[in-house]
Design a protein around this ligand. Structure first.
Ligand code: AMP
Length: 209
C-alpha cells in the first residue's frame, strides 16, 4: 500500500498518518520531520533547509528529490509507505513516479484532506507538539503533555504570518497535484473539517479500496 497524503499544512495529515501506521505497520515518511530532525542535529541538510522552513517557503526541489530517492530505496518501504508532505510540487510528483516505476511500484492512493484556510490558521496557531513523545495536541493542554509529561512546544513556523505564507505556497505549488492524481485515477478527497475520528473513518475506508 503506497499512500500519498495531500492537504494544506495543518489539515491533519500527521495525525491521520499515525493511524495509518498503527493499522498497516508501514513507514510514515514526513519530509518536514526529516528536515526538522536534520536541523536539530545541525547537519548540512538541516542548515540548508532552515532558511526556507523558517520563512514558510519550500526547500528546493532537487534537495528534496535526492533525499526521497535515497529514502525510498531502503528495504523497510518494500511493503508500502505513507508520504506526508511530499510531493509538494509537480516536479516532485513526477520524480516520485519515476523512481517508483524503476522498481515496478506506483502510488495506490492519494488522499487529499481538505480544510478551509481560516480554520487552518486557527488550528496551527494553537498547535503544540510534545518534545517527549511527539504527540500533536493544542495549546489548551497547557505546558506539559498529558500522555508523557514532556514539554509542549510550538513550531517556529506556526506563527500567523508564516502560516499564511505556507498556505499561499500550498495553493500555488501543491494544490495542482490534486488534478495530477485525479488524472491518474488514484485521488480521494476527504472533508478534514470534522472530528479526528470521522476523518479517520473516511481515510481508512479509502485506503482499503
Ligand atoms: P511540514 O512539516 O510538512 O509542514 O514541512 C515544514 C517545512 O519543511 C515546509 O514549510 C518546507 O519549508 C519544508 N518542506 C517539507 N516538505 C517539503 C517538500 N516536499 N518540498 C519542499 N519543502 C518541504
Amino acid at each position: 500500500m503506497n499512500i500519498v497524503l495531500l492537504g494544506a499544512p495543518g489539515a491533519g495529515k500527521g495525525t491521520q498518518a499515525k493511524f495509518l501506521v498503527d493499522t498497516y505497520h508501514i513507514p510514515h515518511i514526513s519530509t518536514g520531520d526529516i528536515f526538522r530532525a536534520a536541523l536539530a542535529e545541525g547537519t548540512p541538510l538541516g542548515l540548508e533547509a532552515k532558511k526556507y522552513m523558517e520563512a514558510g517557503e519550500l526547500v528546493p526541489d532537487q534537495l528534496v528529490i535526492d533525499l526521497m530517492n535515497e529514502r525510498l530505496a531502503k528495504a523497510d518501504v518494500a511493503p508500502g509507505f505513507i508520504l506526508d508532505g511530499f510531493p509538494r510540487t509537480a516536479a516532485q510528483a513526477v520524480a516520485l513516479d519515476e523512481v517508483l516505476a524503476q522498481s515496478d511500484r506506483a502510488i495506490d492512493v492519494a488522499l487529499s484532506i481538505e480544510v478551509d484556510p481560516e480554520v487552518i490558521v486557527k488550528r496551527l496557531s494553537a498547535r503544540r507538539t510534545c518534545a517527549g513523545c511527539g504527540r500533536i495536541t493544542t495549546a489548551e493542554e497547557g505546558e506539559s503533555c498529558q500522555a508523557c509529561g514532556g514539554k509542549l512546544e510550538q513550531r517556529v513556523d506556526d506563527n500567523e504570518a508564516t502560516i499564511r505564507n505556507r498556505l499561499s505556497v500550498y495553493a500555488q505549488q501543491t494544490e495542482p497535484l490534486i488534478d495530477y492524481y485525479q488524472g491518474k485515477g488514484v485521488l480521494v478527497s476527504i472533508d478534514g473539517d470534522r472530528s479526528v475520528e470521522d476523518v479517520w473513518a473516511d481515510v481508512k475506508a479509502a485506503s482499503e479500496k
